[in-house]
Every structure is written in C-alpha cells, then in structure tokens.
Design a binder for this molecule. Structure first.
Ligand code: BGC
Length: 768
C-alpha cells in the first residue's frame, strides 16, 4: 500500500467510526435498493372501517410498507395507527413522515394567506404559523406543505388565495416569517414541523390564469419577481421545497435540472428535501417529455426531485434504472440520506410516535388562546375599501338590520378552500358575529336572497319589502370557498351567481348599505358595487370571521389592512400590478398615443397597498440622511406620521424606491420597506427605514448584480400611488457578490448560471 494511501486511510478511520455511530449511515448501510427507494415515495391514505391504511393504488405487488412518507393523515389516532403498520411491518422499522397541507391553521383556522398578507405583519404571520404547528404536530403531522410563496399577478388564477399576493418584497418577508413560525424552536421540540416552500417556480405566471398552465417568462422576471420569496425561505432555513406543476420556458419544473439542482442546491446551498407535487412526476408524460413511466422517474430524479408524491414511478422503476446504470446509486443514497436525516432530526428514530399525542391534541387545538389569535389576525386582515359619508363604524343600536347574501351564514366559506383540519361548524359566520355584537333587542333579519353558486334569486320581493322596512342593509357578497383555490381559476371576476340582481334590488331601496366582501382573489367590482357607500374586503377570515367582521363594522377595531394585490377595474387589464415598467409612452402621459386603453381607464380600481381607516393619517415629507451617498453607504429615510382623526388606529407605512435612470429598464417603483404602527388620536410618530446596496441594486444586462451611479426617488406613504417623495444620488457604480453564492463561480458571475438555465438540455448530464 503506498504510503500516502495508508496515511489517508488512517486519517479517515475516525470518520468511518463516526459513520458507524450515525443512525442514518448505519441504516443506509443495511438498506436494500428497494428499501431506499421506498423512502423516496410518498403515498396517500384510505380510511377503512378498521382504520386508515396506506393507499398504494394498483401497485399491490409491492410491500405497502416500502414507503417513506404519507400524505393526508390528520389525527393522532390515524398517524399512530399508520406508524404502527409501517414500523412493525417493515424489516428495518424506519418510521414514516406524516405530511399535510397546513396552510393557515389546522383545527383553528386563521385567515387565508392572501388575507394575512393584507395585515402586512410578519410577526403576526409567524405567530399564526406557530399556533398551526402546535396543533398539527399534536395530531402527528411532522411536515407541512406550506408556505406557498408564489408571487401572483393574475387574479384569475384560483391559487392567489394561498399566497401573499403580487409583491416579491412583501412575499419574501412573509415567507421567512412563516418558515420560522412552522419550524419554531426546531427539533427536538415536538411542536416543530418541517416547512415546505412551494411551488418552485413561476406557478403564478400561468398563462391566462389557468391553473397548471405553462409559464413563459423572461429570465429577468424570473429572477426579480418569482425567485426572491424562495430565496428568502431558503435563507430562513426552510426544510423542503416543492417544484411546481408548470413548465418554465419549455422545461417542466419537475425536470428543471438547472433550477432544481443548479440554482437551489448548488448556488443557494439548499440541503433540504425536494418533494414533488401531487402526481407531478407522472405528469411529465402528458407534458410531453417522457414516453414511459420509467422515463418520468429518470427525468425527475436526475433533475433533483428527491421524493415522489402520489404517483409511483420511483417505486416501480428507480430500482431498475439504478441497476442498469441510468441513475447513480450515489444520488439515491444522497436523497435517502436527506429523508432519514429529517426523520432523525425530528427524533423519530428514538420514538416514532412522539408526535402522535392524543392528550396534547385535545389540549392544544382550538384553545381560547388560538381563537383569540385567530380573531386578532382576522381583524388585522380586513381592508376597508370605501366609506363615503362615514357610514362606518356602525352604532350598536342600528335599528332594524337586514343581513342578506348566502355567504353571511355560510360557515364553510369562512374557512376558505384549503382549511387544514378546520371544521366549518366551529367557525363563526358573519351573521352570528353580527348577532353577537349588537345591543340586546336589536332586530336582525336574515334573508339569503342570492348565492354566488346559483343564478337564482330567492324571495326577492320579500328581500325588497324587508329592506324598505329596515334602517340598515348589510350585504355579504363574493365567492364561495370552492370558487377559488387549486384548479378553480375564473375568467370573469365579477360577483358570481345571482348576487348582482340582489344588489340592484338593495340599491333601489336607497337604504344605507354596507357590502362585506368574502372572496379568495381580487374581484372586478363593477359600478353597482361601487354605488354602495361602504365596502369592506374580508377575504376568508377563518374560525373567528364573524366576530372580527363585527369588531370592525361596529368600530371596536379600526380597520388597518392594505391590499397585497391590485384590484383591476376590468378583467381585460390583467395582468395588472403596481411595479410595472414604464414604456416610451407611459399611460399617464399626454396625448392619445399612450400605452392605455380606449375603452377602460388604465389605472386599477384599487391599487396595491391601499386600505382606509376610520381615522386619518398625515405624512411629513421624507427626510433623508443625505442627498448623496456612495454605493456602500446606507441611506436613512424618516417620515413623521400623525393621526389627525379622532380614533386610535394602525397605519401601515410603506416605502417604495425608483431607480430613475439605469442601464436596464426598472419598475416605476418597488416596495422596499413597510412598518405597522399604532397611533392614538393626535399622536405623531417618526418612522425610519434604512436602505442599502441590496435595495439600490439591479441585475444588469448580463444579469450581474450591481449598484449603478445615478438618481433614485424614494416614496413613503399609505399605498403604492403615494407621491410623497424625496430624491437622492448614488455617486459610484459597484458590482455586488451574487446573493446565495457560497462558492465563487468558475465562469464570470451570473453568466454561468444564465447559461445553465437557458441551455439546460444541452448542459444537463444525467446523474449516473
Ligand atoms: C397541490 C399542492 C399540495 C399537494 C398535496 C397539490 O395538488 O398543488 O400545493 O401540497 O397537492 O396536497
């Protein structure tokens, strides 16, 4: 043995001994290929009269215990029973991971993510995610498929309800907060769960807003708009990432080696799990890049997808692919190691049942504390869109009140389209909340009148008669929970069903009318909706919906939410978002040859960041620490905000930045800071922000990050249309290191990465 080899071996001996002690390595050394690939398979469950069983469809020739994780079990009893089946029934007794979509609560349902984004409050989002994790983990759920961090600029897409809206900066702040919330203190804390950032990437850019549709977008838009929330989630230590159903520029995301392995793993250093979306490995076939199920397995696995959810191409075909050399044993070991490491971190090798705890489940779910948090979150998520004539807040003795609209009593709408283990019957409807809030003796009459899911209107004569006899009308209008969410895109965004007819009946009476909107996306609110003097956007607010709506309507809480997504006037304006680019002929310009419409005004109905209050806030001009700075210096920006009204209230102070002239076109403004502050009547507070090179930077024409010398405009105000501004200059141009790049790239900066994305087929060598 040559000397240098011998010394290498000696040096490695302690490491080998360490590997022996490591339960993950010990297991790996004992596992057969089939057992390893089982760990890379995630199956659903079936409930049978004797309890839950793992559902492996028609693959009955394979031992059902050859599985690594299970989707859909949601009680401590179910997870314990399934765990017993696998731990006792398999050769190596490797415990399962239980996964579930815990998006905005578990048994206690918090506002849907789009609503929580309206609160602009990362701390609140973190607290709701923590509470959800406390509840879900008690039922044995180890792993959530949340947060959904897809930027969404097309409200036709039904899944906008699951995310934080149109802005990458707000989306990134919430992504990080939610990851921290779900993960909590981290293992071995038994309330810590694995979080998943999904759906990677550009799922929200589906053409025509049609779910699952292709996304064909520029590399710039991908990098500047769609990737940042994922990068924020990775920086926050997210445990897993789920690729999306869509393709990006010709490559299905479950086959996107350049983005999954190149960007996520190599450039960003992501070491967690890559879990497929439901059936999406198999769907590489219909997407047109795989002729056989074996090909789907090979393409997805070699692109970097560790775990296959629902379809079973890995279970069926990976063993052969490995044996015939098309997939490397090392890449299988690496993926299995990631799965086993997650199980070890959660303490499942010490006690596979430590999460499934019926006593903790009983004690931790739907507690008064969680209900209080749900109410706080719901209050902060409500956006007051209109309040002319100060109809709101209402008196608690409003006289006779007519509440109309089927949504007012629709408990299932309150919890939204993806409600975890939430139960509609445990949620407070708007009608119930109003009844809880009014002074004793107040007469509230309820007539459904119309529903979003049916064109028929019910008892319209009675509605009209009762409306005329009433002092106040409250119409709860919008969408049912089923009208948004996955595979629920809409081409028309007005009030569906018979609600418009109901509304015109109410408007004809001339009685004071408040419209409470419940919906999962920005709607197109036509002129009849705008005739109502008061309009409240409440989205789907969760378990405490009715109480929170009443708190705001009656003024116990001053509304403070701000829109996280632009409301178009017309569906033909979509996509519409505040951070658009200017053209050479901006729509705001004079003259008829401008980038606008001849039939509809170009601005939105309600802009991003918009929301009213029962009080009024006045902003000072922004004060800058200096009108001129170098690219490495930090700029201080300060404003004084004064509550000039008669009520205490929260204001969400927003800072936007524009790069006035640059080597590439820039958005007209970009959100770069926000702060929720509370002000008593008459109180003033100064709010400061600091901006640095990451805020000034752009990707140049070669996708190299840099700060360019020149002028910038900073805007600080109550929404994205504010003109409250100041100007400053950056005196020098400077290249920046590539964010997330742990190792300096071999090729000059971003050129390497860019090449790998654009020319990926050519560069992707199969991992063998
Ligand atoms: C959705 C994912 C979800 C998965 C599991 C899919 O249809 O796209 O967001 O996590 O199902 O429920």
């Amino acid at each position: 043995m040559p000397l240098h080899f011998a010394s290498l071996l000696l040096a490695c001996l302690p490491l080998l001994a360490l590997a022996q002690d490591d339960p993950v390595e010990r297991l790996l050394a004992q596992m057969t290929l089939e057992e390893k690939i089982g760990q890379l398979s995630q199956l659903g469950i079936q409930t049978t009269p004797t309890g839950p069983v793992i559902d492996q469809g028609t693959q009955t020739q394979m031992p059902v215990t050859l599985v690594g994780s299970v989707l859909g079990a949601s009680t401590a009893q179910q997870t314990r029973q399934l765990q017993e089946q696998v731990v006792n029934g398999s050769r190596l007794h490797i415990p399962l991971l239980f996964a579930y979509d815990v998006l905005h609560g578990f048994r206690t349902v918090f506002p849907v993510p789009l609503a929580q984004a309206s609160a602009w409050d990362p701390d609140l989002a973190q607290r709701t995610a923590r509470a959800a994790a406390v509840e879900a983990t008690a039922s044995g759920v180890h792993w959530t498929f949340a947060p959904m961090v897809d930027v969404a600029r097309d409200p036709r897409w039904g899944r906008v309800v699951e995310g934080a809206g149109e802005d990458p900066f707000l989306g990134s702040a919430l992504a990080a907060a939610l990851v921290h919330g779900f993960q909590g203190a981290g293992a071995p804390d038994v309330s810590s769960m694995l979080a998943t950032a999904k759906h990677f990437v550009a799922y929200g850019a589906a053409e025509g807003g049609r779910d699952y549709n292709v996304a064909d977008l520029s590399e710039r838009t991908l990098r500047e708009v769609y990737l940042p929330p994922f990068q924020a989630a990775v920086a926050a230590g997210v445990d897993a990432i789920m690729p999306s159903f869509n393709e990006v520029a010709g490559i299905p995301m479950h086959r996107h080696t350049a983005l999954l392995t190149g960007l996520l793993r190599k450039q960003w250093g992501f070491t967690g799990l890559l879990v497929s979306d439901f059936n999406a490995v198999w769907e590489l076939g219909p997407q047109g890049i795989a002729a056989t199920a074996a090909d789907t397995a090979r393409l997805a696995f070699t692109a970097g997808v560790d775990i296959e959810m629902a379809s079973q191409s890995y279970r069926q075909h990976l063993p052969t692919l490995v044996r015939n050399g098309q997939v490397s044993r090392k890449s299988v070991d690496d993926a299995v190691r990631r799965v086993l490491t997650a199980k070890q971190r959660l303490g499942l090798f010490d006690d596979p049942y430590r999460y499934s705890d019926e006593a903790r489940e009983r004690a931790s779910q739907l507690t008064p504390q969680h209900r209080a948090l749900a109410r706080e979150a719901a209050q902060k998520s409500i956006v007051l869109l209109k309040n002319s004539g100060t109809l709101l807040p209402l008196s608690k003795q409003p006289g006779k009140v007519l509440v109309v609209g089927s949504l007012a009593s629709d408990a299932s709408a309150t919890i939204g389209p993806w409600a975890g283990a939430g139960r509609a019957e445990e949620s407070v409807t708007v009608l119930q909340g109003l009844r809880n809030a009014v002074a004793p003796g107040t007469e509230i009459v309820y007539l459904p009148g119309a529903s979003p899911s049916s064109p028929h209107i019910q008892d319209i004569k009675q509605v009209e008669r009762t409306a005329r006899e009433s002092d106040l009308l409250i119409a709860v209008l919008g969408e049912t929970a089923e009208q948004s969410g996955e595979a629920h895109s809409r081409a028309e965004l007005g009030l569906p069903g018979g609600q418009n007819a109901l509304l015109s009946t109410l408007l004809n009476t001339g009685k004071p009318l408040v419209i409470v909107l419940m919906n999962g996306r920005p709607l197109v609110l036509d002129e009849s909706v705008q005739q109502a003097p008061a309009l409240l956007e409440t989205w789907f607010l969760g378990s405490e919906t009715g109480n929170a709506v009443a708190d705001v309507l009656f003024g116990d809480v001053n509304p403070s939410g701000k829109l996280p997504m632009t409301f178009p006037r017309h569906v033909g304006q979509i996509p519409i978002y505040y951070a658009h680019k200017n053209t050479g002929r901006p729509p705001s310009g004079d003259g008829s040859y401008a980038s606008a419409y001849i039939d509809v005004p170009w601005p939105p109905l309600y802009p991003f960041g918009f929301g009213l209050s029962y009080t009024s806030f006045v902003y000072s001009s922004p004060r800058l620490s200096s009108p001129r700075l170098t690219s490495t210096q930090t700029l201080g920006v300060e404003v004084t905000v004064t509550n000039t009204g008669k009520r205490a209230g929260d204001e969400i102070v927003q800072l936007y930045l524009r790069d006035d002239v640059a080597s590439v076109t820039r958005p007209v403004r970009r959100l770069r800071g926000f702060r929720r502050i509370h002000l008593a009547p008459g109180e003033s507070r100064s709010v400061s922000f600091s901006l640095g090179q990451q805020d000034f930077a752009l990707l140049d024409e070669h996708f190299s990050p840099k700060v360019e010398a020149g002028g910038f405009t900073v805007f600080v105000g109550p929404d994205s249309t504010t003109t409250n501004q100041a100007h400053f200059e950056v005196s020098d141009t400077r290249r920046l290191p590539i964010a997330g790049q742990s190792v300096p790239p071999a090729l000059p900066n971003w050129a390497a990465e860019r090449l790998s994305i654009i020319c990926l087929q050519a560069r992707n060598s199969e991992a063998t």
